[in-house]
Design a protein around this ligand. Structure first.
Ligand SMILES: [Zn+2]
Ligand SMILES: [Zn+2]
Length: 296
């Protein structure tokens, strides 16, 4: 059992809710992706489907990385309100849990990185035999979302619960997630007519969500197992170029763990951090301010 002060193990009712919520958030996009894979001839990839996939990948990906993570979890900069609302909206479309749940789970990960009761860590399995590493990687990748722990929001996200905008997106989270399928369908309809409606729903909605699920989860699994440790050896986080490219800079995860509040993940010239560059650009035109730059 974890120490009481950590508030991880909630009631069986909360545990049930958590598992059902994750089953919906993961299962529906995955079912849509599998359906598309078996019906690719009926719903072919054209430039409309590809641009739909990329548009929603970039919008949701940046909103998770720069919004849910760097802004709301770590308060590493301050956005103007329209940008904040846009990040809350598109971050919710990533189907990775409501803003409050995402922040609480992530802060718990930072508090206990690669230790027992970390939200998700491949080191959860203590001995380092190959079979255990695989078990640990699978746990860190996604089975942690079905384990018996739940993270207490009051303990880990009390500050953001005071924000009415965040409370709004938290309250209406599940109806909003439906738009992750409906908006790509509308995108396909507007650009190519009714024959692109279902294909864009499947490719720009379901498949894009499933792909980005796995990309984000890889930061928790691969990003704590494979890569370099240039900034800190206090935990098992890694810097990984491949993950950094797919996540707009979140893959410099060892840098991030060394200095969680730093908004810029690029510490060396070759560490490509597209999200960080975008932040610096937005600062110039007044969309964000108070960027935390100091990394150690
Ligand atoms: Zn981490
Ligand atoms: Zn973090």
């Amino acid at each position: 059992m974890p120490p009481k002060s950590l508030n991880f193990v909630a009631s069986p009712e909360n545990r049930f809710k958590k598992r059902m919520a994750n089953l919906y958030l993961i299962g529906v996009p995955a079912a849509g992706s599998i359906f598309w894979l078996f019906n690719m001839k009926k719903f072919p990839l054209t430039w409309i489907e590809v641009s739909c996939f990329l548009t929603f990948y970039v919008l949701t990906g940046l909103s998770i990385g720069l919004g849910f993570h760097r802004c709301f979890s770590h308060q590493s900069y301050r956005p103007i309100r329209p940008l904040k609302l846009a990040m809350l909206f598109f971050g919710s479309l990533a189907c990775q849990g409501s803003i409050v749940r995402w922040v609480a789970d992530h802060r718990r990960h930072h508090r206990l990185t690669d230790k027992e009761w970390d939200t998700h860590s491949p080191c959860y399995v203590e001995d380092r035999k190959f079979s255990s590493l695989v078990k640990g990687l699978v746990h860190a990748h996604f089975t942690w979302m079905f384990d018996r722990t739940t993270t207490d929001h009051q303990t880990y996200a009390k500050d953001i619960l005071k924000d009415p905008d965040i409370r709004f997106f938290n309250k209406f989270y599940y109806p909003i997630t439906l738009l992750t399928f409906l908006l790509p369908a509308a995108f396909g309809y507007l650009l190519g007519g009714s024959e692109h409606l279902i294909s864009c729903l499947l490719i720009g909605g379901a498949l894009r969500t499933t792909v980005f699920h796995n990309v984000t989860w890889s930061v928790n699994s691969i990003g704590h197992a494979f890569g370099s440790r240039d900034a800190t050896e206090n935990d098992d986080s890694r810097n990984n170029l491949f993950l950094a490219l797919l996540t707009f800079g979140e893959g410099w995860h060892n840098n991030h763990h060394a200095s969680p509040r730093c908004a810029i993940n690029q510490w060396k010239w070759y560490q490509i951090d597209m999200g960080g560059w975008l932040l610096l650009g937005m600062e110039r035109i007044g969309l964000v301010s108070k960027i935390h730059r100091k990394h150690l």
